[in-house]
Write a protein that binds this ligand. Structure first.
Ligand code: 6R9
Length: 649
């Protein structure tokens, strides 16, 4: 993996350090402090994690071992017991946080609810009592298929409280995907709502659940939260209204303790092939990872109002809406609907009205805001914001700069956080009071994380060269297995480099040691023996003033191995033409080098994306190669985008 590499993204030389003002108040305020703690965390991990686990978690019974590692299986905090929900709720009661807002919710129609920690305790307790009445307890699986409403959070925490294992399925998934997930984990209970609000309309959820459950014999009950009041069929005995069931039970609940490695949740995520993988996370290690990272990466303070735009159907919603934030006693702002309802300034309007201080979103959203135009941002002051975050894909320097100037008003640090469903918590990230950021780089590892960029034999490559990103040591919030498929777990993550976690991502470190994520390994192209990251080409394209979004894929080529095809959407009002194609080819050539000049530029009205906003390059690859689109398309947000691209062929 040390052959010639193109380094357009890491040619980015601008550096942005934290302001003295931010640094002064930061939870960690100097590079020296970071280095000292980091060194300890990787050189004496057991000592480091022992201290964190004692400081940050409430234990019912102290653990006896910090780590038992028999690759690829980790056991953290053996011998100890705790309750995750108690760590997110009860521990704040009887303190000044008791009447602090845990959640501030705004529905798409504009309805606002504030739920204090005390109220959260009552809500979750009621639900936990309902679970017990329904015979749902330790180790049972519960599928949650909900809109982004507080009840979704209550449902997760109630599972944790009784020791049930939740699997949250994003509300945009089809009945087929929901059914597959329910069956794969054998869920006994499904929790849903009549519907949710999206783009001014009710999208019904219950009918989808009915369709899924009809084919899933394991389900005994469906608990339905009434959100929109739309008509829904209720099946006698099986279906139960949330408000009716919770009205009949006590609003207090004594939580039992569970062992550190008791499973907390399963979250399905797509692999490069085959059916989705059920990533399993367990209790203590996951909670500790999400809590510690929230505290330092988001520099949490008692008065913060934190807004993460991710749906709880994704890992970001699990770790950085629910567990990491509530365990820290933070106030989480949550929003139900679309970012452009009623207008493209909905987020900015809410940030001003609710005094949001920390904002965490995805590059795909940032590029959408850029495309919609700066005027929508300018209508609002955004003066409460003090910290910004990015997650989900490499953020191209253009989007970073836009975010920095227009949303952060050049004063908010940006944390570009690299991590995965499998890692459970943030792995490579700037620390906001510490790190000098380079736009597009996730910078340095978080505590306890030892990432390395290696060649196919597992040897570290020289700085400047690209390779495979591995994590050399176990960390507390790592996945423990794939539900029901330990063999696939070993094969997927621990077989390229036996006993060492392989992320599936490509990366490089620059001469200053900064990590630059190139993208998934399968998205790395090899053109005439030159390695080229799709992210680099895309980053160059979106830097062009006429381009809104771009996706680069490889097409098999007899001569070059692969040729480069790019799909481009242009900004509104821009005419597409052959001239523009030539202009874009030359532009990429100029930005990266002649080797990166696309062989073909294709304009598209929209790009195929997953529901979490990731461009589905696998599909574009098939279209570029003139093949019929095959394989799993259930995660696609809008199939008509694919149909339109194919029709052009
Ligand atoms: C949290 C999340 C994981 C994959 C990961 C990588 C990409 C996520 C990134 C990033 C560059 C970042 N990714 N964050 N790439 N910079 N800051 O997104 O989890 O949905 O499992 O996706 O997303 O390719 O391997 P998940």
């Amino acid at each position: 993996m040390t052959d010639q590499t193109i380094t357009s993204v890491s040619r980015e030389k601008r550096v942005f350090g934290p302001s003295a003002e931010f640094q002064r108040q930061a939870n960690l305020g100097s590079m020296a402090a970071y280095k000292r703690l980091y060194r300890e965390s990787v050189n004496s991990p057991e000592k480091f994690w022992d201290r964190q686990a004692k400081d940050l978690l409430v234990w019912r019974k102290p653990y006896t071992d910090v780590l038992k590692w028999k690759a690829p299986h980790a056991k953290w905090f053996g011998g100890g017991t705790l309750n995750v929900a108690e760590n997110c709720i009860d521990r704040h009661l009887g303190t000044e946080r008791e009447n602090k807002a845990a959640l501030i919710f705004e529905g798409e129609p504009g309805d606002v609810r504030t739920i204090t920690y005390r109220q959260l305790y009552f809500e979750v307790s009621r639900l936990a009592n309902v679970f017990t009445d329904l015979g749902v307890g330790k180790g049972d699986r519960v599928a949650i298929y909900m809109p982004m409403v507080p009840e979704a959070v209550f449902a997760m925490l109630a599972c944790a409280r009784v020791g049930a294992i939740h699997t949250v399925v994003f509300g945009g998934f089809s009945a087929e995907s929901l059914k597959d997930r329910i069956i794969d984990c054998g869920a006994k209970l499904v929790i849903t709502a009549d519907g949710g609000w999206r783009r001014g309309k009710v999208f019904p959820l219950k009918p989808t659940v009915d369709e899924a459950v009809a084919k899933a014999k394991c389900v005994e009950h469906v608990l339905v939260h009434q959100r929109c009041g739309n008509e829904v069929p209720m099946r006698a005995k099986r279906d139960i209204w949330w408000h009716e069931a919770t009205a009949e039970v006590a609003n207090t609940h004594k939580a039992k303790a569970f062992t550190s490695e008791h499973p907390l949740f399963i979250l399905y995520t797509s692999g490069s092939t085959g059916k989705p993988k059920g990533v399993l996370h367990t209790s203590a290690g996951y909670l500790l990872g999400s809590k510690l990272s929230s505290k330092y990466v988001f520099d949490l303070k008692e008065n913060d109002r934190y807004f993460c735009t991710a749906d709880i159907g994704w890992i970001t919603g699990h770790s950085y809406v629910v567990y990491g934030l509530l365990s820290n006693g933070a106030t989480v702002f949550m929003y139900e609907g679309a970012p452009n309802q009623p207008g493209p300034d909905r987020f900015w309007d809410m940030i001003d009205r609710h005094g949001v201080t920390i904002f965490y979103t995805a590059p795909t959203a940032i590029r959408a805001f850029m495309k919609w135009g700066d005027e929508h941002v300018k209508k609002h002051s955004l003066k409460s914001l003090r910290l910004l975050g990015s997650v989900g894909e490499p953020i191209n320097p253009e989007a970073w700069m836009w975010y920095h100037k227009n949303i952060g008003k050049k004063k908010c640090p940006i944390v570009d956080t690299w991590w995965q469903t499998e890692t459970g918590s943030i792995m490579i990230t700037p620390l906001p009071g510490v790190t000098e950021c380079k736009p597009g780089s996730a910078t340095f590892p978080f505590f306890g994380v030892q990432p390395k960029v290696v060649d196919d034999l597992g040897h570290e490559v020289p700085l400047g060269s690209a390779g495979k990103l591995i994590i050399a040591q176990p960390w507390p919030s790592m996945l423990r297995t794939l539900w029901g498929d330990d063999k696939r777990f070993k094969e997927t993550y621990f077989s390229d480099f036996p006993g060492i976690y392989f992320t599936g991502d490509g990366a490089r470190r620059d001469e200053d040691g900064y990590f630059w994520i190139v993208g998934r390994i399968d998205d790395v192209l090899n053109i005439s023996g030159h390695r080229l990251g799709t992210a680099e080409v895309e980053s160059a394209l979106v830097a062009h003033p006429k381009v809104a979004e771009a996706a680069a894929v490889g097409r098999p080529d007899d001569l070059k191995g692969q040729s480069l095809v790019v799909f481009v959407t242009v900004k509104s009002g821009i005419e597409v033409s052959d001239e523009l194609k030539a202009e874009l080819r030359n532009h990429v050539g100029k930005e990266i080098g002649a080797i990166a000049k696309p062989d073909e530029v294709r304009f598209a009205a929209a790009l195929p994306k997953t529901r979490s906003g990731k461009i589905m390059r696998r599909i574009l690859k098939q279209i570029a190669a003139g093949q019929l689109v095959k394989g799993d398309t259930t995660t696609l947000e809008d199939f008509s985008v694919v149909a339109a691209l194919q029709a052009e062929d």
